[in-house]
Design a protein around this ligand. Structure first.
Ligand code: GSH
Length: 385
């Protein structure tokens, strides 16, 4: 029995409902909902919240969604009135909090549009949206104006629910490169006070860090697509054509290189899925995903096929295709995979790539860092078990 909160730490409104529960010191059960696996679309969950959204709260016969309404309900139900109440009973003091709870929906939208969370994580957006910078500044100016009134916090001289919900989107802003807070000293000082509240920190810090890792890696992955275009541009611009060109001008050989440049994106995804990177780094898995082994082997067989035709992947000399095709394989050892028995040509080719004069200078340090980060996530996740 007790309060059940359906939640995931990656979700800002879920964290706000959780922060309220914790600030009030209420006994509760956290029910993790994995949005990535569509658990919020399963009939059991939809019977609790037909919108399929988290947070969702179940308290006895009450079942509800909407983080702000959840937080005000919890205070109405369980908070004793006091001069420091999160949700004061005095109608005028409460009106100020309510005003900001509604307003926080809009400020949240403006800030999130700049960060472009949905677009970066699940759509085609390569990064945050600089076009929305004027709106972001307008929103920050509004925060500054609200804090210029007589209150130390958003709605009163003590912390209220308004502070939680107004602070929430600002906590995500450091995921971007935005750091132009010069005109907003009061906002910065206020946010610092909220962030260090013990219960606020314990409910938010880890989720924010996970979201930031997730967001930054999505941006990096998209940059990866650009790296191919950058490499071909550099060759187009600066490489003299020769029989051993990295990006040959001959249309037929170039077509083979291009084919592998595109294909290497897929190979990279297969490697990421086998290494289980998303779940190891952002979740709690502590090993590679063996279910993806058949796909990995299929991919390796394809390398072997190309290398049975030529000495290198696209032709008989080294090309850009070899750089991008080798990239995921260079990271494979960190997963513990070592079953290369059927792929002797691939192994020999990879050795040739690794022995290139400039290979170590460009790759050794980065590969070492990735391996040690991956392994440290695995160790941490083992500890959680
Ligand atoms: N206005 C709602 C927003 C809830 C919301 O959008 N939750 C997201 C996670 S941050 C969600 O559940 N998304 C799943 C989906 O839409 O399928 C609140 O404040 O509770």
């Amino acid at each position: 029995m007790g309060i059940d909160l359906y939640f995931t730490a990656l979700s800002p409104p879920s964290r706000m409902a959780y922060t309220t529960i914790t600030a009030l010191g209420l006994k509760h059960n956290l029910k993790e909902v994995n949005l990535m696996q569509g658990e919020n679309r399963k009939p059991e969950f939809l019977s609790l919240n037909p919108r399929g959204k988290i947070p969702t709260l179940v308290d006895g016969d009450l079942c509800m969604g909407e983080s702000r309404a959840i937080s005000t309900y919890l205070c109405n139900m369980y908070e004793k009135d006091s001069a420091e109440a999160l949700y004061p009973k005095d109608p005028k003091a409460r009106a100020k909090v309510d005003q900001l709870l509604y307003l926080s929906e809009n400020t949240n939208e403006a800030i999130v549009e700049y960060i472009a969370i949905g677009g970066v994580l699940f759509g085609g957006a390569p990064s945050w949206n600089e076009e929305k910078l004027p709106e972001l500044h307008k929103t920050l100016a509004l925060y500054e104006c609200l804090l210029s009134k007589e209150n130390e916090f958003m709605a009163a001289n003590h912390v209220t629910l308004a502070d939680f919900f107004m602070a929430s989107p600002l906590l995500l802003l450091p995921m971007t490169d935005f750091d132009d807070y010069g005109n907003y000293p009061k906002t910065v000082a206020w946010l610092e006070k909220i962030k260090v509240l013990k219960y606020f920190k314990s409910c938010n810090e880890e989720g924010i860090k996970k979201m930031a890792d997730f967001y930054k890696s999505a941006i990096e992955k998209k940059k990866g697509k650009k790296y191919r275009a950058i490499s071909t541009y550099i060759c187009n611009m600066y490489e003299k054509d020769s029989p051993t060109a990295l990006y040959p001008k001959d249309p037929k050989i170039r077509a083979k290189v291009d084919q592998l440049l595109y294909l290497s994106e897929n190979t990279y995804d297969v490697f990421l899925a086998y290494a289980n990177v998303a779940n190891v780094v952002f979740g709690s898995k502590f090993c590679q995903n063996e279910k993806k082994l058949p796909e990995l082997n299929k991919e390796l067989a394809m390398y072997e096929y190309f290398l049975s035709k030529n000495e290198f992947t696209a032709t008989d000399h080294l090309t850009l295709a070899d750089f991008f095709m080798s990239s995921p394989l260079l990271m494979l050892p960190m997963t513990g995979f070592d079953d290369y028995g059927n792929y002797p040509k691939t192994v020999a080719w990879l050795k040739k790539i690794e022995s290139l004069m400039y290979f170590d200078q460009c790759n050794a340090e980065g590969l070492k860092q990735i391996e040690s980060f991956y392994n440290s996530c695995i160790e941490k996740n083992k500890g959680k078990k």
